[in-house]
Design a protein around this ligand. Structure first.
Ligand code: GCU
Length: 720
């Protein structure tokens, strides 16, 4: 027995050494994302090897080419031998890719293609003429590409090749990335280098990376990309830039990805030579119509405009005493003849408005429900403030039955530790999407369009992509790009399943790796909430760049830019009263939801101080006082990061050295910064309430003044 154990240990040590050697040669640096296609383990390789000896793809479009090329690339990597393309099924197993129109064998199969629309697909293992065949079928070529990527995911994650029977289609129509990329290649809230779009070299030089970007997006079902920052520059709408946009659109088109641009509302003045941008002025309307005509002449499948107007200093219709519907409709009329849409953002809050900032978007947009053209979609952030570590869902979801809505999630982690903190956002988005609006369905049902029968709606994610070699600035932030796409395709998908698929494809298929890694990912968002803004606190980050804690900041130009506006801590208590005795933001929710949020005993503890101002000695469910609980939550967040570090350390045998070291180094930074958040926050709140720390809680490492004195003028993501 002992001997067997010894032998086992020796064998695994030997295998480890071997694999470390193999890792050293693979040069894994994260560029390949979840599309690494490294060889499968031998057993699975043999089974798939029998089922897939050749590829039969009869369609001829660029999209079919992309699908076939991906299958060749993927399966030859996974199976360790080439996948030849042939004209018809030979004597061994084959993959057959086609639409009923391109492939008579598929037309003859009576597959349930009526259920999958234009973008869906069917994958089925079957027999044709006595041969084993895996069929990928769709109504349109883009469905074939999505089906090809799905088959590759199945192979990568170790699904058995026998008995495949998948019928799938996206639930949401618009699945978009929003790049906050400037024309000088800086990226607002970008933590992964500079913009991918090399405007200076476009249109003549097409960086091969554009194709890899398109592949990665198509693999998760993204079907549109807004190339430019919402804080827009009108120049992108000039003819030379449109030529550059056209070049990018040409690369993305075979992958089913349309391009969109942000439209600066004052463009008619800035690049059109007009004196006004008043949306009701005939000359302004004519200018936008002509501009839209020019864009569509250049890019016939242009998606449309995304607009940030009358928000944080951006121009908009209110500059001319018009409302948001006037502005949106004017642009909608311009793109309508070409089939374009206008995504008008609801992220508005005004300098001169004393109303609780959390209420302003609803107050502005709810009365406009029913006043927008049918090609206007209002784009709403997941919560009513601004991508905080945790927010209740935005009250506009469910409240705009006559206006299609797009959900705006932020993939880039502006308020969640930038690229260095490991925070898997799948759980946060799942929580929002599954929230019951109280208007007859969940948030997911609103954004997939089914609750209010929207003709078009969907999800947009503010991208975390830059020109860093690993795309997202950290290996684990790739998971957020991935999870966003998967949830946009299916807003009911499970964050845990998505995390597991990602971990398998990105790192290792071994259960010994996948289980602990998924556990780390699933706990990570809550950890950040705990060490930054526990119990419903929000907007306590330092000024401008939002790097690190600044709960003491109270001197900014507008009240609602100050953290003190949000936490309202004084000697007696803490929190923002949004019940009827306070700002009454709760009443913007459906009554069934408002009742829960308004009740300090029923509101989820993680939203307690979002909705309630409570005395420091308020009794929590744990029996502890609010103050003690708050301090313990900060500590819980730090403890979780330490656990994450230890787990990652134990996973060293499964991960190539470079990526393992990268993640380990970032986790060290995360631990340091989690402690910083905890200590600075506790030191500050203690200076307000003068209460002792609960037993066992560590003393802050530095004085409050020392935390206040820290300054980071060059923190990333904050181009001026
Ligand atoms: C936040 C963010 C800004 C961004 C804005 C928006 O305020 O800090 O950089 O422009 O959101 O979503 O428009």
């Amino acid at each position: 027995m002992r001997l067997t154990n010894l032998l086992r240990t020796m064998v695994s040590a030997f295998l480890l050494l071997l694999s470390a050697g193999a890792f050293a040669q693979t040069g894994e640096d994260g560029y390949d994302l979840w599309l690494r296609y490294r060889p499968l383990e031998a057993g699975l390789q043999a089974r798939y090897g029998r089922a897939a000896t050749e590829l039969v793809a009869t369609g001829r479009s660029a999209t079919v080419e992309a699908a076939a090329a991906e299958l060749e690339r993927g399966l030859s990597g996974l199976l360790g031998r080439p996948l030849p393309r042939t004209a018809r099924i030979g004597k061994d197993g084959a993959i057959l890719l086609g639409t009923p129109a391109s492939t008579p064998a598929i037309a003859a199969m009576k597959l349930p293609l009526d259920r999958v629309g234009a973008e869906g697909f069917v994958i089925r293992s079957t027999r044709i003429g006595g041969r084993d065949v895996i069929v990928i079928a769709a109504n349109q070529d883009i469905g074939l590409l999505y089906g090809a990527f799905r088959l590759l995911r199945l192979v990568q994650t170790g699904a058995a090749p026998e008995g495949l029977d998948i019928v799938d289609a996206p639930k949401a129509k618009l699945r978009l990335l929003n790049h906050w990329d400037n024309l000088d290649r800086t990226v607002e809230r970008g933590y992964a280098g500079f913009s991918l779009w090399d405007w200076h070299k476009l249109p003549d030089y097409l960086d091969p990376r554009y194709t890899d970007y398109a592949r990665a997006n198509a693999s998760i079902g993204i079907n549109g990309t807004v190339l430019t920052n919402v804080n827009a520059n009108a120049e992108v709408l000039t003819a030379p830039y449109l030529e550059k946009v056209k070049a990018l659109a040409g690369v993305f088109r075979p992958y089913g990805i349309r391009v969109y641009l942000t439209a600066r509302f004052s463009a008619p003045i800035e690049i059109g030579g007009l004196k006004t941008a008043d949306p009701l002025d005939p000359a302004v309307r004519a200018w936008w119509r002509a501009k839209a005509d020019e864009i569509y002449r250049t890019i016939p499948d242009f998606g449309g405009f995304l607009v940030k107007a009358n928000s944080e200093g951006q121009p908009g219709p209110q500059d001319y005493k018009r409302n948001h519907a006037d502005g949106a409709n004017m642009l909608a009329d311009a793109v309508k003849p070409h089939g374009g849409v206008v995504m008008w953002r609801a992220f508005v809050y005004a300098a001169d408005n004393r109303e609780d900032r959390a209420k302003q978007a609803y107050s502005e947009f709810k009365p406009l429900d029913g006043h927008f053209r049918d090609n206007v979609i209002v784009q709403v952030k997941n919560g009513a403030i601004d991508f905080q570590p945790r927010e209740p869902f935005h009250p506009l979801f469910g409240a705009m039955p006559k206006t299609p809505l797009v959900m705006e999630f932020q993939i880039t982690k502006e308020y969640l530790g930038f690229a260095t903190h490991l925070a898997y956002l799948g759980t946060m988005w799942e929580e929002v999407l599954r929230a019951d609006t109280g208007h007859g369905g969940t948030v997911a049902r609103v954004v997939d369009g089914s609750l209010h029968h929207y003709p078009v709606s969907g999800l947009a994610g503010v991208a975390n992509i830059g020109n860093d070699r690993n795309w997202t600035g950290s290996h684990f932030d790739q998971a957020n790009w991935y999870a966003f796409g998967r949830l946009a395709w299916d807003p009911d998908a499970s964050a845990r399943t998505i995390a597991a698929d990602w971990a398998r494809m990105t790192f290792s298929n071994e259960d010994g790796f996948v289980r602990p890694t998924v556990d780390v990912m699933m706990a990570s968002h809550q950890a950040v909430v705990d060490y930054m803004t526990p119990l419903g606190l929000h907007h306590l980050m330092a000024t401008g760049h939002h790097y690190g804690p600044g709960p003491w900041v109270n001197d900014l130009g507008r009240p609602d830019w100050n953290p003190t506006y949000y936490h309202r801590a004084d000697a007696q208590g803490i929190g923002f009263d949004r019940t009827r005795s306070g700002s009454d933001a709760v009443s913007q929710y459906a009554p069934s939801v408002a009742r829960i949020f308004a009740d300090p005993k029923r509101v989820p503890e993680d939203l307690l101080l979002w909705f309630h101002h409570l005395p420091w000695d308020h009794r929590m469910a744990s029996g502890r006082s609010l103050w003690d609980e708050l301090v313990l939550r900060y500590g819980r967040g730090v403890a979780e990061v330490r656990r994450m570090r230890a787990t990652w350390e134990s996973l060293r045998p499964f991960v190539d050295p470079r990526r393992h070291a990268d993640v380990a180094a970032f986790l060290r930074i995360q631990e340091k910064e989690a402690i910083w958040w905890r200590d600075a926050s506790v030191a500050y709140f203690r200076s307000i309430n003068r209460l002792p720390l609960p037993p066992g809680a560590p003393e802050p490492a530095m004085s409050l003044d020392a935390y206040k004195a820290l300054s980071f003028p060059h923190a990333p993501g904050n181009p001026s």
